[in-house]
Design a binder for this molecule. Sequence first.
Ligand SMILES: [Zn+2]
Length: 296
Amino acid sequence: MDLAPASQPRRIVNGLSVDVEDWFHVGAFENTIARGEWDACDFRVERNVDCVLALFDRAGVKATFFTLGWVAERVPQAIRAIADAGHEIASHGYDHQRVFTMDRAAFAEDLRKSREILEDASGQAVTGYRAPSFSIDARNLWAFEELAQQGYAYSSSVAPIAHDHYGWREAPRFAFRPVEGAPLVELPVTTAMLGKRRMAAGGGGFFRTLPYGFSRWAINQVNREEGQPAIFYFHPWEVDPGQPRVAGAPLRSRLRHYTNLSAMEAKLERLLGDFSWGRIDAIAHNVAPDTQAEAA
Ligand SMILES: [Zn+2]
């Protein structure tokens, strides 16, 4: 039974995603915790993923989990549990190396290696990719050619905004085909327009630190005024107030990482209830075939 008033437009299904990495993988701590120390860190991603799966189950939503190969190697059973619950397993690369720090051959190998690990763990075909720290921009458009060549259906690797750690501010804000003649679709993380300014509105630290009302306003604007799905993301460590505190990291990184962790779960619950959400492969699949190549 549909109780929505007749004048209400059909609700757009937005893309919900989780970047599956642990608290010590984040870019903000890369100068504080070396890769070689990761295995000695308190490994919390599995229980945090359980918490996220329970949250999605209560809300009745399916999502895409962009997962590090490094994580899937260590807890393949957690990856299988995500897939078995009806969610999509997609790639977040092997060990969170930003794409613009690699050359094309290294990127190709990173893609191949992580896909194999993820497909083995999940029993699903992997067709989606998200670059660590949204690290595809005007400097490395060859990354899209590599993704197309390896048969990926979509990428969600662009932040069309200026940010201190990442961003490609002139990129299209909505779905585009970055490689002429290839079906590959790029679905940038959501921004909203405040006057002429692009505001980050697709999740991460912005969602956690700003009042919930901003995200609700932004997603409403994207859905109702622009008629587009939002692409939203968060991390399992963001629902874990008990994670270890990294003392040596810069103050700005610490503020960004630890603010409002304990309020995050309730905030996500509201977000999941206020909008419709689904897997990103479904959104990529629905992008009109005549959507133009805009970037390269
Ligand atoms: Zn990440």
